[in-house]
Design a protein. Structure first.
Length: 558
């Protein structure tokens, strides 16, 4: 490969959504520029951009070296781009890196001739060496020589992570305004979950606490809205992570939020007492429960203390100051349809802010990819490699879980049906899974999964569905009406919505609120009388004012 500090090098990130950003390409850019005279440019697009537009933009950059960060969500997209870009820039050198190309590199380079190099694993040092050294003896790199794909062995990890520069500056933060900022304070994972790529690197390396605090102070000073730690398990070393959390508490900013992936069963009483002091909505925790089936937990190498997990999650949720996101994975070994229902109910009953129901992906390099025959896995042969069926659950059953997952997002994770769905489950079902199972069957019967819907239609479908149940329909209508008004100022009122509004009383109530004029007051509020106290469930005939000016504010008038 041609070398020289004037080589025009472009690093590309193809994100799944606009709000995301690519940390890997920023690391490589900063590391190379810190340790050499090379200058590197980065560009980002999303999988929603047209391929022709991306190709045109890359062509206009006229790079001599073009590198892509490849993941499960963008790999097919990237492969299409590189095949076309070589037609119009035949001399360009194409480099791929990332988890999606690190474990089948030889086969991939034989299949896609346009790929010149693949970097395996951690990319900073290998990318710098590729730009500045001869190929002979270069570690961590797949390359072509005499029509063969060769590999000289793995590159050693960067032990002192403080050598890796902080990737954000004033310009970057401004460019990423209103997007998620990704950050890591450690690399590697000590756990051995059979389905996870992170389990491959057993050793955990940390950035120093001094370095981490300095980085986090930058985010706080810049009022970054959401900083998402990509550490696979943040709370491994108690002394270390508590020190960082204390620093964040001492430097609290209501403008910022911090998201962490944690193993909640590692928390002790000291940590839980500390977390009670954290200001509301400052921290977000993502907790991968994955299953409540003990045989499944053992099969996937998760030694979770379920008693402690349950106790700690309940305590965090009771405190109410930290956003809790719980995960369940469908398709794991020994988890049949009945078992997934039990795991669903176990997680749902915590009443966390977010309940993500995901599906197992068979990823090359993981332990579970060696157990395909044992558990009779059938899965998608292209990304996202999602399981279709296995020894324990049929394709039909997994598709039912897919439907349930869709409605879980609508009727639970959206937060739009907090009171109405709870009322249905408590009064009509023995458990939450039974409700989602039955309403998903109703949607299939009605064909609702086949078309797009406006948000207000979800309320109509729920009302339709509940019409055949033995339920106090008058009371349910009041609860559904309350949830509907919590969405925002209604543009339209559904047929089931029975208005009970006194306009003179509405104007009288609004006199106590601060608005520029009456028109603005009506535009940014709604007033309704309820025959049932949907908030406290103590009295009848309550008046409620809904204010939408700066987020939702609810006032019970009487």
């Amino acid at each position: 490969m041609k070398r020289g500090k004037n080589l025009k090098t472009l690093l590309v990130g193809i994100n799944s959504k606009y709000i995301h950003s690519n940390l890997a390409i920023r690391y490589i850019k900063k590391y190379v520029e810190k340790n050499s005279e090379y200058k590197i440019k980065i560009r980002e697009w999303t999988i929603n951009n047209h391929i022709e537009k991306i190709i045109k933009d890359i062509y206009n950059e006229k790079p001599e070296i073009l590198a892509f960060s490849v993941y499960i969500w963008n790999s097919e997209y990237v492969f299409k781009i590189i095949k076309e870009i070589k037609k119009i820039l035949p001399e360009i050198k194409l480099i791929l890196g990332g988890p999606e190309v690190s474990y089948n590199s030889i086969e991939l380079m034989k299949k896609i001739k346009e790929i010149d190099y693949i970097i395996k694993g951690e990319g900073e040092r290998t990318f710098l060496n590729l730009l500045s050294k001869n190929m002979n003896g270069l570690k961590g790199l797949y390359y072509r020589e005499e029509n063969e794909v060769k590999y000289n062995g793995d590159n050693s990890f960067i032990i002192n992570l403080d050598e890796v520069p902080f990737v954000y500056d004033d310009e970057e933060i401004e460019n990423l305004k209103n997007r998620i900022i990704y950050y890591e304070s450690s690399r590697g994972c000590p756990f051995n979950c059979s389905y996870c790529m992170s389990s491959i690197e057993k050793r955990v390396r940390f950035f120093s606490n001094e370095r981490t605090k300095k980085d986090l102070k930058f985010f706080l000073d810049k009022k970054v809205k959401l900083i998402k730690f990509v550490d696979r398990t943040y709370n491994i070393d108690k002394k270390r992570y508590l020190d960082i959390w204390k620093f964040l508490l001492e430097n609290y900013s209501k403008e910022s939020k911090f998201h962490f992936e944690i193993s909640v069963d590692l928390f002790d009483d000291e940590i839980l007492d500390f977390l009670k002091k954290v200001p509301e909505d400052y921290f977000q925790f993502e907790i991968g429960i994955q299953t409540s089936n003990e045989k499944t937990l053992k099969a996937i190498n998760r030694s979770t203390n379920m008693e402690k997990l349950e106790k700690n999650i309940k305590r965090l949720i009771e405190n109410g100051n930290i956003h809790i996101h719980l995960d369940l994975i469908a398709g794991l070994p020994y988890e049949d349809y009945e078992s997934i229902g039990k795991s669903f109910n176990y997680i749902y009953n915590f009443k966390s802010e977010m309940f993500q129901l995901g599906f197992l992906k068979i990823l090359e390099g993981t332990q579970i990819s060696t157990e395909i025959e044992e558990f009779e896995y059938k899965y998608l042969s292209s990304p996202p490699y999602e399981v279709l069926e296995n020894k324990f659950m049929s394709y039909k059953e997994l598709q039912k879980i897919k439907d349930i997952e869709h409605l879980l997002d609508i009727y639970y994770n959206s937060g739009d049906f907090k009171k109405s769905v709870d009322y249905i489950i408590i009064n009509c079902y023995d458990n939450s899974f039974a409700f989602y199972e039955e309403i998903s069957e109703y949607w299939v019967k009605k064909g609702y999964f086949e078309v797009k819907h406006k948000k207000n239609q979800y309320f109509n479908y729920l009302y339709e569905f509940i019409g055949s149940k033995n339920i106090n329909l008058e009371k349910f209508e009041e609860i559904l009406k309350f949830d509907y008004l919590c969405l925002g100022k209604p543009g339209v009122f559904p047929e089931w919505y029975k208005r009970n509004q006194d306009k003179e009383r509405y104007d009288e109530v609004l006199k106590n609120e601060v608005f520029k004029n009456q028109r603005e007051a009506h535009k940014k509020s709604e007033f309704e009388k309820f025959s049932y106290d949907v908030i406290n469930e103590k009295i009848k005939n309550v008046e409620i004012l809904f204010l939408y000016d700066k987020g939702l504010k609810i006032k019970v008038i009487k």
